[in-house]
Every structure is written in structure tokens, then in C-alpha cells.
Design a protein around this ligand. Structure first.
Ligand code: FAD
Length: 259
């Protein structure tokens, strides 16, 4: 089985984001693999451990921002492809989907494409279904469990986790899936894995390698701002006994017209 995992890097989730002159900054905070993508890597590694095959991590991004690739390789992915071209800077989801789909086709003979549920910085969760649409492959989204995978027959049955409950769906290879964090805790990269990843060589494809022009973006960011600072005033409710404190708290809640 050949499984491609799409992954990107994002600013550390602890980073404080700033916006200056319409540009987003995160100070000195480091880039990390999008945390949702670790679940997709974990699922791909387990699937190939059970059924044989290779895991290739695919990332579109700047040439010097390869944290997602390195992390996935350190977890155990066997191969990687970076797609990077100055003309792709600021690509929106539609453009990104076309590029990733072209790269998946160039990788060739792919059975499954796994995505994280969404990215923590732009939080759209749109790419998996957009890539499926461009490839013309079935999209099985929000997968929390792989019930049956039969590479010989090219079929799979998975559980989807929805707010309302679980849904069991079947599909055929090749397919695009997104994996939720209910799947399983992702493994930590081993020391050996980190060393191997730091020395790994993998191709960096530009638009010419994909025989494409930069696809047009259809969405533009016309404004970006951080939410206004909220002023929080805290007050400790006094009282000699827990009962008195509770009484005073209720009085305060009524006074503030919270209830
Ligand atoms: C004008 C404009 C400028 C933008 N500039 C930037 C920018 O500078 N930096 C930026 O990060 N975004 C930028 N974006 C957002 C950009 O559209 C998204 O980052 C990108 O399309 C991925 O979408 P998403 O993050 O919403 O992915 P989602 O759909 O939320 O992500 C789902 C999954 O897709 C995979 N994935 C996401 N992106 C990639 C990727 N590049 N390679 C491989 N797998 C991926 C991951 O597995 C992720 O878990 C810009 C958008 C617009 C409209």
C-alpha cells in the first residue's frame, strides 16, 4: 500500500500571534508540525505496519520550513516530497488543493491520502475534500477508526466521529481521508528517528516539475486583526463560612444581573 500523508508546519500553539501592517507574526516561537497531522502520520504508520507498504509525507511550503516533513520522518515515515515555489506564496485552499493533487499524481500509484482534520492556524478543514474533488477520489472525512482495510480488494471500512455519534462508511481505493484526534495518541519520534530525519534527502518539486503554472487563488485576505483585548476584573467573594460565601456570591450574581 502506498499512503501519502499531507502535512504542513504551523507556529507553536503556545505562540502569541501579532498583526502589524496586515502581516501575521509569532515572534521567536518555533514552527512545529500541525498537531492534527500527527494523527494522520500515526494512522498511516499503523496501516503500513499491518498491511505492508510505504508512507510518503507531502508538504507544500517554503523551502526552509520543513518541520512537518522532519517530524513525520522522525515518527517513521519512509519518504518525503516538498513542493516549494516562490510563485506559490500566499496560495489559498483552491490553489493548494490543485498543487497537492498534482504532486500526489506525480508520486504515482497512491492508494490512500491521509490528512489531519484541519490546520491549527487557518482552521478551514477544507483541503482534504478539495484534494479529493480535484483527484476525483472518494473523500472519507473525520475518520477515528479503520475497521477493515483490504489492500488486495482495494476496499476499506472506517468509522467517522461526528458530534451526533459515529458513522460507519465504506469506500474504495484510491481514497482521501482526514483523521481525527480520537484515532490514537501519536507516537513520539525516537532519538534514532530524529537523527535519520535530520540527514534525510528528499525531492523538492517546483511548479516546473509538476508541469504547472501557479493556480489562481480565489480568496484574498483583505484584512487580518487580532481580537480586541478584554478587560477582566476579578473579585474574591468574602464570607466566614462556605454558606455565607455562597450567599454573597448569589447576591453578587443577582446584583450584576448575570441571572
Ligand atoms: C491570500 C491568502 C494568503 C495566505 N497566506 C498563507 C500563508 O502565508 N501561510 C499559510 O499557512 N497559509 C496561508 N493562507 C491560507 C492557505 O490557504 C492555507 O494555509 C492552505 O491553503 C491550507 O489550508 P488550511 O490551512 O486551511 O488547511 P486545512 O484544510 O485546515 O488543513 C487540513 C489538512 O490539510 C493539510 N495541509 C494543509 N496545508 C498543507 C500544505 N501546505 N501542504 C500539505 N498539507 C497541507 C494538513 O494535513 C491539514 O491538517 C493564505 C490564504 C489566502 C487566501
Amino acid at each position: 500500500m502506498k499512503i501519502v500523508v499531507c502535512a504542513k508546519q504551523v507556529p507553536d500553539t503556545e505562540a502569541t500571534m501579532t498583526v502589524e501592517d496586515g502581516k501575521i507574526g509569532w515572534g521567536e516561537a518555533q514552527l512545529i508540525i500541525n498537531p492534527w497531522d500527527e494523527y494522520a502520520v500515526e494512522a498511516a504508520l499503523n496501516l503500513t505496519a499491518d498491511h505492508g507498504g510505504d508512507v510518503v509525507v507531502l508538504s507544500m511550503g517554503a523551502e526552509d520550513e520543513t518541520e512537518a516533513i522532519k517530524h513525520a520522518l522522525a515518527m517513521g515515515a519512509g519518504d518525503a516530497v516538498l513542493v516549494s515555489d516562490p510563485a506559490l506564496a500566499g496560495a489559498d485552499n483552491v490553489a493548494t488543493a490543485k498543487i497537492l493533487a498534482a504532486a500526489i499524481q506525480k508520486i504515482g500509484e497512491v492508494d490512500l491520502v491521509l490528512f489531519g482534520q484541519q490546520s491549527v492556524d487557518t482552521v478551514t478543514g477544507l483541503l482534504p475534500v478539495q484534494v479529493a474533488r480535484v483527484l476525483g477520489w472518494p473523500a472519507l472525512l473525520l475518520v477515528s477508526q479503520f475497521d477493515e482495510v483490504d489492500p488486495e480488494a482495494g476496499t476499506l471500512q472506517v468509522k467517522r466521529t461526528l458530534e451526533e455519534g459515529k458513522q460507519i462508511v465504506e469506500g474504495k481505493f484510491p481514497a482521501v481521508l482526514s483523521v481525527t484526534k480520537d484515532y490514537a495518541e501519536p507516537r513520539y519520534p525516537s532519538f534514532m528517528g530524529i537523527r535519520k530525519a535530520s540527514r534525510a534527502k528528499y525531492p523538492a518539486w517546483g511548479l516546473a516539475d509538476l508541469e504547472m503554472e501557479a493556480p489562481a487563488s480565489v480568496v484574498s485576505w483583505t484584512g487580518v486583526s487580532v481580537p480586541p483585548q478584554r478587560e477582566i476584573v476579578s473579585e474574591i467573594i468574602a464570607g466566614e463560612t462556605p454558606e455565607e460565601k455562597a450567599k454573597n456570591l448569589v447576591a453578587k450574581i443577582m446584583e450584576e444581573k448575570v441571572l
